[in-house]
Design a binder for this molecule. Structure first.
Ligand SMILES: Nc1ncnc2c1ncn2[C@@H]1O[C@H](COP(=O)(O)OP(=O)(O)OP(=O)(O)O)[C@@H](O)[C@H]1O
Ligand SMILES: [Mg+2]
Length: 351
């Protein structure tokens, strides 16, 4: 064997389609979620007969295909029918009623939204959708700061299915009675994948993303083990990409176990959850937390101001609470001589 047989040449890559490792990439099939998808289809199917659809609350742990399954159903609907408008909204970014209405208008292709308030926008939405019907997905619904838009949409739209997605089933219990009694959603629980299912899903993604044969068996097994331990497919996607990038950096023609180990050493919670889930302000705050791990929230706020942060203390506290809920950080409540205080820790993932 020559000295350089294992070295990648210029322009050579281990990746065939790196995009397939994006968290948002939607594969052609979603194995192991057939039943959940069928349930979803059953809830929206009355729309095909010109009847009202059912509302749905999808709940389950992070990284197990909830968003993917909902987007999958929307994609099929789009291909099947022109009579059903489809809208997908993530409530991390689109978190107020006004923003929701603007976004719905935008996705329906209505552009004349300037100077219109929420009441006017919902009228526009109703007039467009009530000519046909609609399926509207609100992903990460628990991240919305208000829920009046649900009330308006339920009241104003005749034929629709609202599909809400959350990690916390308890979210529904706390929902305003006025909205809850109108929403009456069917609950669909997404259960965690077994280790075998996790490996199967990652294998398929690997085939999309990589030149055949570049992964050493032991390296891929390690990826699957870590993803199964984290119970999150995103961990596997992240590790596959990072390990292959490390292999390429070393000009190696194979992704080996050592590359996965290197990738593991740089992994933290932030890299696993899609960074697209955080807006710039939240990312900024997260960086401050990382820099000042284990500080009291008041001191952390001072550090944040010193780094150029603009938000009020109250807003800052809210963002910290949201980062905690999104499991980017952990909060610890401590009682000291000065009364109660909150310690903010960056999340340490145990592997
Ligand atoms: N059954 C599956 N087949 C193929 N890919 C899957 C499957 N389940 C999940 N994935 C992939 O795993 C990643 C995470 O899935 P998804 O984004 O749907 O998680 P989620 O349950 O919505 O998590 P969160 O609650 O954090 O939003 C995505 O890239 C998705 O394509
Ligand atoms: Mg999701």
């Amino acid at each position: 064997m020559g000295l350089f047989d294992d070295v990648l040449g210029a322009g050579e890559s281990l990746f065939r389609n790196e995009d397939a490792l994006e968290y948002e990439f939607l594969p052609k099939l979603l194995p192991f979620r057939e039943n959940e998808q069928r349930e979803l289809a059953r809830c929206v199917s009355p729309l095909f007969q010109g009847r009202n659809g059912r509302n749905v609350l999808i709940h389950g742990a992070p990284g197990i295909g909830k968003s993917a399954a909902a987007r999958f159903v929307l994609r099929e609907l789009e291909e099947k029918s022109d009579e059903i408008a489809v809208v997908y909204i993530n409530c991390w970014q689109t978190n107020t009623s006004y923003k929701v209405f603007l976004e719905v208008c935008d996705q329906l292709g209505y552009k004349f939204t300037q100077n219109k308030n929420s009441t006017e926008l919902i009228k526009v939405i109703a007039s467009m959708i009530n000519k046909k019907s609609a399926v509207i997905v609100f992903d990460e619904i628990d991240k919305a700061e208000e829920f009046d838009f649900l009330y308006s949409l339920i009241e104003e739209l005749y034929k629709k299915s609202l599909i809400l997605i959350t990690n916390y089933k308890s979210w529904l219990i706390e929902l305003d009675e006025r909205i809850k009694s109108r929403l009456t959603p069917e609950l669909i629980e997404f259960k965690q994948y077994t280790d075998k299912e996790t490996a199967g899903i990652l294998k398929e993604r690997q085939q999309y993303a990589f030149v055949p044969g570049v992964w050493e068996e032991a390296a891929f097994t390690l990826v699957c083990q870590r993803a199964a331990a984290a119970k999150d497919i995103r961990t596997g996607l992240y590790l596959m990409r990072q390990a292959a990038l490390r292999a390429e950096d070393a000009a190696s023609k194979k992704v080996a176990e050592e590359h996965v180990k290197q990738a593991l050493s740089t992994m933290d919670e932030f890299t696993i959850k899609s960074s697209a889930d955080l807006n710039d302000e939240e990312k900024f705050i997260y960086e401050v937390v990382k820099k000042h791990d284990g500080k009291k929230i008041g001191d952390l706020y001072n550090a944040y101001k010193k780094d150029g942060g603009q938000a009020s203390y109250k807003t800052f506290q809210r963002k910290i609470a949201a980062l905690d809920e999104g499991r980017f950080i952990t909060l610890e409540r401590k009682t000291g001589d000065g009364g109660n205080t909150t310690i903010v820790n960056r999340k340490i993932t145990e592997f």
